[in-house]
Write a protein that binds this ligand. Structure first.
Ligand SMILES: [Fe+2]
Length: 180
């Protein structure tokens, strides 16, 4: 049964308290490019400032959203976030391979971005893994508003029989997939 569904997840819109600061950060730390930026009410029915940024040659992969009429509060740090509405937890961006990820890790460090977790290998199979899931190597940083951003490589794929397959092509015996 092939019921209609989206092909893939593609972009994330992130609310920011200071667009200039966030544009500079996403450019400098992660290498995003600015596609275009628009003021609130430039188009009827859009009451927020929208800034489109990209990594690949698509119009946007992130949208920075700023509401000029909103009084922004500081977002609580993850370890102190015990009260409030359910929040979007993190957005993840993938590197093509481990070498690219390691180079990006160097860039993140040299640019002084705040690392809140990792670098870490999410694996319950590999000896240096943390016992968790996905087989990907990841690092988590905070953007200027405290949004958690993951940078990763080598996420496992799911074979047609549900077996998880590492980026190196190793089938992880005994893995379980809820739905095929
Ligand atoms: Fe993640």
């Amino acid at each position: 049964m092939n019921r209609p569904r989206p092909a893939r997840m593609q972009h994330v819109a992130i609310e920011v308290s200071d667009t200039d600061r966030s544009v500079e950060w996403y450019r400098r730390v992660l290498g995003f490019k600015l596609t275009e930026r628009h003021a609130a009410f430039e188009v009827e029915g859009i009451p927020v400032e929208l800034t489109f940024m990209r990594l690949a040659n698509v119009h946007h992969e992130i949208v920075l959203v700023h509401n000029p009429k909103k009084t922004y509060r500081t977002k609580p740090r993850p370890e102190a976030d015990f009260d409030g509405p359910p929040n979007f937890h993190h957005a993840a961006f993938e590197c093509d391979n481990r070498d690219d990820w390691l180079a990006l890790l160097d860039r993140i460090r040299s640019e002084g971005a705040e690392i809140v977790r990792g670098p870490i290998l999410h694996s319950f199979v590999q000896p240096r893994g943390d016992g968790s899931w996905g087989e990907n190597e990841a690092v988590y940083i905070l953007d200027p508003d405290g949004h958690r951003i993951e940078l990763f490589c080598d996420l496992a794929t799911i074979d047609s029989d549900g077996t998880h397959v590492s980026a190196a092509g190793i089938r992880l015996q005994g893995t379980e997939t809820e739905e095929l």
